[in-house]
Design a protein around this ligand. Structure first.
Ligand SMILES: Nc1ncnc2c1ncn2[C@@H]1O[C@H](COP(=O)(O)OP(=O)(O)OP(=O)(O)O)[C@@H](O)[C@H]1O
Ligand SMILES: [Mg+2]
Length: 245
């Protein structure tokens, strides 16, 4: 079976800095992989290369067996920062996620309204980004990333600015979308519990230049209980891998 995403000996460097080195990983269709590692180890760079905004320095990234040469409709991303258009209101920002879809504006509007309800922002459809809190802007960006239901979804610390309750709700929402649509998902997070709650596999990167240090496979069924002994053992294993020299 051809992997949904395949990184093969990927290296990324600029003149001064090597961000990633010898990164090799296959991700199966419908798999949810979490990527954890210290700040600056190349996680966002990896996503930018997979989305097609940044070229690899060495190695190859393939999607459905084809090398990535630029952006593509089958891949979607929620960036680390919301990147909303300041002159568009919340609803129009979310509708941008459907820009490539051949459906009427009315249908786009309706789907964007449904998506806003799922991120609990119905009352802010007409607001401008400058009128939102950081967590609200992050939720608009999540709505824009999820709305087109891309085959491959990348999320870069999507829940970092949210309160615990909203974070839990949106984690479950992501899991629901991922499982019902069979989306291949690559989630960058600094939250080890979040990674263990959601992922099929957790990939731990070493500090820059990022290399794979450990891959932890999680076979616990959903919904995962945080007080379960296997859950806490997995968290401990990941924390040890992150902090080991
Ligand atoms: N365009 C660029 N030019 C030069 N260096 C860059 C560029 N983009 C990223 N880097 C460097 O690559 C390294 C990895 O950056 P990246 O943003 O991928 O880290 P990260 O793992 O996402 O960190 P964080 O957890 O803080 O978001 C950093 O040292 C950064 O300075
Ligand atoms: Mg980053």
């Amino acid at each position: 079976m051809i992997p949904s995403v395949s990184f093969s000996h990927v290296r990324k460097s600029w003149q001064q800095v090597t961000a990633l080195q010898n990164f090799t990983l296959d991700i199966a269709r419908g798999e949810l992989v979490a990527l954890v590692g210290s700040s600056g180890c190349g996680k966002s760079t990896l996503l930018r290369m997979l989305i097609g905004l940044e070229a690899v320095s060495q190695g190859e990234i393939c999607v459905n067996g084809e090398p990535v040469t630029g952006i593509g409709k089958e891949r979607g991303i929620v960036f680390q920062e919301p990147r909303l258009f300041p002159w568009l209101n919340v609803l129009d920002n979310v509708m941008l996620g459907l820009a490539d879809e051949k459906i009427s504006r009315a249908e786009k509007r309706q789907r964007a309204q449904q998506m806003l309800a799922r991120v609990q922002l119905t009352d802010f459809a007409d607001a401008l980004p400058s009128q939102l809190s950081g967590g609200m802007a992050q939720r608009v960006a999540i709505a824009r990333g999820l709305i087109a239901q891309p085959q491959i979804l990348m999320l870069d610390e999507p829940f970092s600015a949210l309160d615990a309750l909203t974070r839990h709700t949106l984690q479950q929402e992501l899991l629901h979308i991922h499982r019902s649509a069979g989306t291949t998902t690559l989630l960058v997070t600094h939250d080890v519990e979040e990674a263990v709650t959601l992922a099929d596999r957790v990939v731990v990167l070493s500090p820059r230049p990022g290399k794979i240090r450990e891959v932890v496979t999680l076979s616990l069924s959903h919904p995962r209980q945080r007080d379960n002994a296997h859950f806490t053992a997995a968290c401990r294993q990941i924390r040890t891998a992150i902090t080991s020299a």
